[in-house]
Write a protein that binds this ligand. Structure first.
Ligand SMILES: *Cc1c(COP(=O)(O)O)cnc(C)c1O
Length: 380
């Protein structure tokens, strides 16, 4: 049975070219980037050229990029670090109820430590309500954190609009861009702080970065030897960083061509949904990434559908992969915030296509999806 992976929102495979680029940094070029001898120099050079590459691709300066262990760490440092560095100005933070747990748990931690958190409204399509955000701004608001793209629905948030509001009020604007980077040609300069993770865009797991626009203050949260200009201590993951830079470069190579293929596949999927009938696309179809499709089939739980597709060699997910760690399997906080009814929330599955998929994968998936939905429905 050929396996078909349609869960690229959870993670992506490392592209062969990325792996080849990384390989020497495990083997002969294994130096510690802090060492002053030739091995260290070699590693340092790779680290800095990767930083330049990434900066260029997101319209940033190299010294605005800080490497981290991934998206979770970047979110934690951005939010907790910015709150601590700016707490003399105020203690009010605005975020949304549809953020990733790395953001939600960070603001919860701050709330327990004397900060004041407000959650903006989200419409039924999972888009942050900009008017609600405007009305929440207070004199002591120091930070707004709104994700660039939601990981469960693929809905693109009104980042440029929020950016203008934040600028006008001189509030730091952080965006979790983990699900956006590589899938959108984004401009980091719209925000003050941004989080990213390599394994969501065909790089290795356990490496990411924080973009911090010059002039903004963030306290480091990981302390030690003063790596990354004091922002993030710990021996740099040189091979990981090299792979991350290569992966981003590849994502943006013939970006439009890739985008068209994803769009074509999504159109095919929606055609099939029409044939199957009785479905709801969570997040709608406007301003949503072409890779993402979150859909509920009436009368079928997402979990049942996910397991029956898995038996057929196909990987899709229910809600987000991260939420499956929680022992009390709560329904998706994202779909709940969108005001969807219980049956739709329980029915939701997420299909996310990626660069390693083929036309054949999509055809086969849609055939099996249709027969499984019909079979499960006939069971009542
Ligand atoms: C995956 C993800 C994260 C966490 O990134 P890791 O590198 O896996 O820690 C954070 N935010 C969003 C939106 C994500 O999709």
């Amino acid at each position: 049975m050929k396996k078909i992976y349609l869960d690229h929102g959870a993670t992506t495979p490392v592209l062969p070219e990325v792996f080849e680029e990384m390989k020497p940094y495990f083997l002969e070029k294994f130096g510690n980037a802090s060492s002053l001898h030739l091995f260290g120099e070699e590693a340092k050079k790779a680290l800095e050229s990767s930083r330049e590459k990434i900066a260029k691709l997101i319209n940033a300066e190299p010294n605005e990029i800080y490497f981290t262990s991934g998206g979770t760490e970047a979110d934690n440092t951005a939010i907790i670090g910015a709150a601590l560095a700016n707490s003399k100005k105020g203690k009010h933070i605005i975020t949304s109820p549809i953020e990733h747990s790395a953001v939600l748990e960070s603001v919860e931690y701050l709330q327990k430590n004397g900060f004041d958190i407000d959650f903006v409204k989200v419409d039924s399509n999972g888009r942050v309500d900009v008017e609600s955000l405007k009305n929440m701004i207070k004199k002591d608001t120091i930070l707004i954190s709104i994700m660039w793209v939601n990981n469960e629905t693929g809905v693109i948030q009104p980042i440029q609009e929020i950016s203008k509001i934040a600028r006008k009020h001189n509030i730091i604007f952080h965006s979790d861009a983990v699900q956006a980077l590589g899938k959108l040609k984004l401009d980091a300069s719209w925000v003050d702080i941004l989080s990213a993770s390599a394994h969501k865009f065909y790089g290795p797991k356990g490496v990411g970065f924080m973009y911090l626009k010059r002039g903004n203050k963030v306290n480091p949260t990981i302390l030690g030897g003063g790596h990354e200009r004091g922002m993030r201590s710990g021996t740099e993951n040189v091979s990981g960083v090299v792979g991350m830079a290569k992966a981003l470069e590849l994502c943006y190579r013939d970006f439009e061509g890739k985008h068209e293929i994803f769009k074509k596949w999504k159109d095919k999927m929606i055609e099939k949904l029409e044939e199957i009938g009785d479905y709801h696309i969570n997040g709608g179809i406007v301003d949503v990434l072409p890779t993402h499709l979150n859909v509920s089939f009436k009368g079928i739980s997402g979990e049942t559908l996910m397991y029956s597709l898995s038996l057929n060699g196909i990987a899709i997910s229910t809600a987000s992969a991260c939420s499956s760690h929680h022992t009390n399997k709560t329904a998706s906080h994202v779909l709940k915030a969108m005001g969807l009814d219980h049956e739709t929330i329980i029915g939701a599955v997420r299909i996310v296509t990626g660069l390693d998929n083929t036309d054949d994968d999509i055809e086969k998936f849609l055939t099996i999806l249709e027969s499984e939905v019909r079979r499960l429905r006939s069971l009542g």
